[in-house]
Design a protein around this ligand. Structure first.
Ligand SMILES: O=C(O)CCC(=O)C(=O)O
Ligand SMILES: [Fe+2]
Length: 363
């Protein structure tokens, strides 16, 4: 094959995808997509490929039929719900080599029949949806809330969410684990907290090597979580680039490698007042390195704005699996989670008690 040709622009055969479990304490498990049909569309501008797939998904022994979109970045697969590792095309038939990447090839006749495809920002559909209807799957949306502030909806797969909760649970029970911190004036925060990498003390507003309660060093951030955060930043960059071709996404949302993670667990009365995250190193703040926030469990309203006034703050709903990034111009945004959600929100989202939030930062 001529090396200047992209190997595959589209295909109509069957192929299989293996997605490695990205982290967790157990031995690496695999989720397999079997008998998938689809095509790869390479978007050179975005340095990413979109895969449009339909097939049987094997998730934890359960076989379900789904169709969905997934992505991979050239040379760095992002892929299926962010965990696609390898695309094994050995079983596929009818590879089409094309000179032009724009060239379209026919879909298999059954492809895309059952449901509408969603493009633009809605680049993924979860293969792990809990939806009763097999073909109605969750649509992932990406949104720029303000310059430097990006929301990746339903970004973390259910499998990954389970891993994160289990990981936090077991780390939380060990040294440097969950505790209920207090402020200087003796008031307690309305949440349980655990820090990974370095400890943040709400009383001193400082980072330290040890936990104030048991004097232990906090657990390390699991590698899979660090990779997930770095990948989310890259995905946010793709969105920023898509939004405006003229900008360098790094200028809008700088990259970072997290070495701190603050894990908050909010139970029914949990809340966090409007605040800025400004205790990281001077260099980190100067570079406006982003905070990357993962939400798991109950939905919550997230307030954000330029000041402490709750009335002036904007609101966005954070749901399980959402990733919110704020850096660059939005690094010092005031933000918080109010204590109780409005009734319609509860009614429409099934809001219940218990929400885990992990914010990653680079000191
Ligand atoms: O729970 C959230 O969404 C926000 C958490 C937060 O702002 C923090 O831990 O600093
Ligand atoms: Fe914060």
């Amino acid at each position: 094959m001529n090396p200047s040709q992209k190997p595959i622009s589209s295909f109509s055969g069957y192929f299989s995808i293996t997605a490695e479990k990205p982290f967790g304490n157990e031995s690496p498990a695999e989720e397999t997509l079997q008998s998938c049909r689809g095509k790869e569309v390479i978007d050179e501008k975005q340095f990413q490929s979109n895969y449009e797939l339909e097939g049987i998904v094997n998730v934890g022994g359960l076989q379900e039929e789904h169709s969905f979109l997934c992505r991979s970045r050239t040379g760095d697969d992002l892929g299926l719900r962010s965990s696609l590792k390898t695309v094994d095309l050995s079983e596929h038939e009818g590879i089409v080599n094309v000179g032009s990447l724009q060239e379209e090839h026919s879909f298999p006749t059954s492809f895309g029949k059952k449901k509408k495809k969603v493009y633009s920002n809605n680049v993924e559909k979860s293969p792990y949806s809990n939806s009763k209807s097999k073909n109605v799957v969750e649509i992932s949306k990406q949104e720029i809330l303000r310059p430097g502030m990006v929301l990746l909806k339903h970004y973390i797969s259910l499998r990954q969410q389970i891993d994160i909760v289990n990981t936090c649970n077991s780390l939380g029970e060990g040294p440097g684990g969950f505790y209920r911190p207090g402020y200087k004036d003796g008031a307690k925060l309305r949440l349980q907290m655990m820090c990974l990498g370095m400890n943040w003390d709400p009383q001193t507003r400082k980072y330290d090597k040890v936990h104030p309660v048991d004097n232990c060093e906090p657990p390390e951030i699991p590698l899979g979580l660090r990779l997930l955060v770095e990948r989310a930043i890259k995905d946010a960059h793709c969105l920023i680039k898509k939004d405006s071709d003229m900008v360098n996404p790094e200028d809008i949302l700088p990259s970072m490698s997290p070495n701190i993670c603050i894990v908050n667990f909010y139970s029914v009365h949990g809340r966090l007042g409007l605040h800025q995250d400004r205790d990281e190193s001077r260099e980190s703040l100067h570079k406006r390195l982003p905070v990357v926030s993962l939400s798991i469990g109950d939905s919550a309203e997230f307030l954000y704005g330029d000041g402490r006034e709750v009335e002036q703050a904007k609101k966005v709903l954070l749901e399980s699996g959402d990733v919110l990034l704020f850096g660059g111009e939005s690094r010092m945004v005031f933000h918080g989670v109010p204590s109780s959600a409005p009734e319609p929100l509860k009614a429409k989202t099934g809001l219940r008690q218990g929400r885990l939030n992990l914010t990653f930062r680079q000191f």
